[in-house]
Unconditional design. Sequence first.
Length: 211
Amino acid sequence: MRGLFITIEGPDGAGKSTQIELLKEYFKNKGKEIVITREPGGTLISEKIRDIILDNENKEMADTTEALLYAASRAQHVAEKILPALKKGQVVICDRFVHSSLIYQGMARGLGIDEVKAINDFAIMGLMPNITFFFDISPEISLKRKDEMGKKDRLENENIDFHKKVYEGYKKLIEKYPDEFSVIDARKSKEEIHEDIISRLPINTRKANNL
Ligand code: TYD
């Protein structure tokens, strides 16, 4: 695979979107072709699935259904958009990917990491990111930011305990798989965070030779 696959993870309201925009400019200035995308979503079908998942009306949705819908949306996204772009040598930056399912559905909903990983292995066909940035910020701060932004979806409307489980879940997963994550202190200024990200990109480190 010639492309570069970057995913961004973290609690709701961690400032991921701002950094994705800055990163997009960075790669554009380097003359790279870049695809910015997000999960759940990224393709027409995946965005339709997203609407079902995040709809505040869907209060009766079973946790298992939720996990399968995220995986279904991801399967379409990988097959239709991410893999073709990587095969063309493009840079793909995705706002959330499989780690979000392991945390939100596997840990916070309590379905189990291994169970959620199994359905996702089927969906992603072995594709994993080259690097995953985790935006480290406490749920108290991130939720305050989300409150200030206004309307919230079904997942964001979960109580503080759920969001604490999400945060603790990320910490545990990072402890278990330290090589898969690059942890970013999301309390820093947007300029400082951008610099941190750039300095850790595989194209700017010794890992570049493999790409
Ligand atoms: P979104 O508005 O994209 O949130 P954010 O800006 O915080 O990324 O909504 C996505 C929501 O779905 C978010 O609360 C995290 C959750 N989510 C899961 O529970 N599992 C998943 O696999 C993914 C991709 C997202």
